[in-house]
Design a protein around this ligand. Structure first.
Ligand code: IPO
Ligand code: ZN
Length: 401
């Protein structure tokens, strides 16, 4: 245990949690699933938190715990501040949901090949992709006061992205762009679907999260630019889309690109969506998550996260990089439980991957603060372009054979 700063943080978080519990007279319960280290942090600020079940999973022990809903903000703050970015948690609206997540039931992945067979098309698409489009998207998204899942500007950011994607899809009757509304908060996710041809009932999913947060406490006016976390992921994904649509490519499998609401609040948008896929027995060939793509903190270009992801699909990503981005180097790292929306799909048994901007030890120190700006990502978008190209190659290759 370190001294000094962590003690200050603890004091601060204690104040937050006291304020939160004083404000809510009716105590509603909430369930979260959380890794072992994070669980120990939660116990220090919310001693009444009770573990209702736990499982030893590969990589970590995971607990399902029940807490007073008024304490969630303080718990999120404590985990982000004291464990760094790797300590996420997953929110669940009921005990059954929390227990089901621990079970990690296997889901529906169709038989697909990880062969690479569209070299000419992919190479020409990647050649046409540009940093300036990524920069424009990051600047537009980070100009909203915040993109908090409960705030008005969080809704406006969703509306802005909806129009931007509609413009990209203009004139294509095989592409639909819509918002996905969620229970319990106003921010909608945004979705763009390119209908597949002969394998249309199988989907290839690429996602990033739309919302932003600051650990020091949220309000309508709190500044949370989230330029790296995760305007960069949305911008990389949007540039991949622009290239894909511009090429006139028609996929055999359905491609769905999603900007999720409420990732910072416990993966809430993506969990609702992934659960709906599972409930409807829908087939998913693969899921790619882009959360933080523009801050180059470590030696390698792209780090593949190895926990709560699918190792075969991760190997496929490494192959795509070797084929289409041969000058880039690949590293591997672990994230911890539930660090981004790929965990929501993984929990439903779908093959998910998360290529990341940095090693965990050297990742962006400005995220979840008002200083998460493009300037503090080195005022460049060359790093995010690598992830945009990887996403474009992934979408074409996985949707075509
Ligand atoms: C995050 C993801 C992976 C790693 I390694 C480090 C950090 C970011 C994630 N925790 C987050 O805050 N997403 O919004
Ligand atoms: Zn974050």
């Amino acid at each position: 245990m370190k001294s000094g700063l962590p003690k200050l943080c603890l004091l601060f978080v204690l104040c937050l949690s006291l304020a939160a519990s004083a404000g809510s007279s009716t105590k509603r319960r909430a369930w979260i699933t959380i890794g072992d280290a994070a669980y120990r942090q939660v116990k220090t600020i919310a001693p009444d938190a009770v573990s209702i079940d736990s499982r030893q999973l590969p990589g970590d022990k995971v607990h399902a715990i029940v807490v007073d809903e008024g304490r969630l903000a303080a718990i999120a703050g404590a985990i982000h501040q004291r464990l760094g970015q790797c300590g996420g948690f997953m929110y669940h609206g009921s005990e059954a949901e929390a227990r089901a997540t621990l079970e990690r039931r296997r889901g529906l992945a169709p038989t697909r090949s990880y062969r690479i067979g569209q070299r000419e098309l992919v190479k020409s698409m990647l050649a046409g992709m540009e940093e300036q489009h990524i920069e424009a998207t990051i600047l537009s998204l980070s100009a909203f006061t915040n993109r908090y899942y409960r705030s008005q500007s969080g809704v406006e950011a969703s509306n802005w992205l909806l129009s931007a994607w509609r413009e990209l899809a203009a004139g294509r009757t095989d592409i639909s762009v819509m918002q996905i509304n969620h229970r319990g908060y106003p921010q909608p996710s945004v979705s763009l679907i390119i209908a597949g041809s002969d394998l249309a009932e199988e989907s290839v999913i690429v996602g990033a999260h739309l919302d932003s947060i600051v650990g020091s406490g949220m309000s309508e006016t709190a500044r949370a630019p989230g330029a790296d976390d995760d305007a960069s992921g949305v911008a990389s994904m949007t540039e991949a889309l622009r290239a894909l649509i511009g090429s006139g490519y028609r996929p055999r499998r359905t491609i769905q690109v999603i900007a999720y609401a409420a990732e910072e609040a416990g993966l809430r948008g993506s969990q609702e969506i992934a659960r709906q896929f599972k409930q409807a027995n829908r087939k998913v060939a693969g899921v790619l998550q882009l959360d933080m793509t523009n801050y180059k903190g470590a030696a390698n270009d792209i780090y593949l996260i190895t926990d709560y992801t699918n190792s075969q699909q991760n190997a496929f990503l490494a192959q795509l990089i070797a084929t289409y981005l041969p000058r880039l180097t690949v590293g591997y790292d672990k994230c911890g439980y539930g660090c981004s929306d790929h965990a929501s799909w993984d929990a439903q048994g779908y093959p998910a991957s998360m290529p990341f901007e940095s090693s965990m030890a050297r990742d962006n120190p400005h995220i979840h603060t008002s200083r998460d700006t493009l300037a503090n990502s080195g005022n460049q978008t060359a790093h995010a372009l690598k992830f945009a190209r990887l996403a474009a190659a992934y979408m074409v290759e996985l949707s075509s054979q």
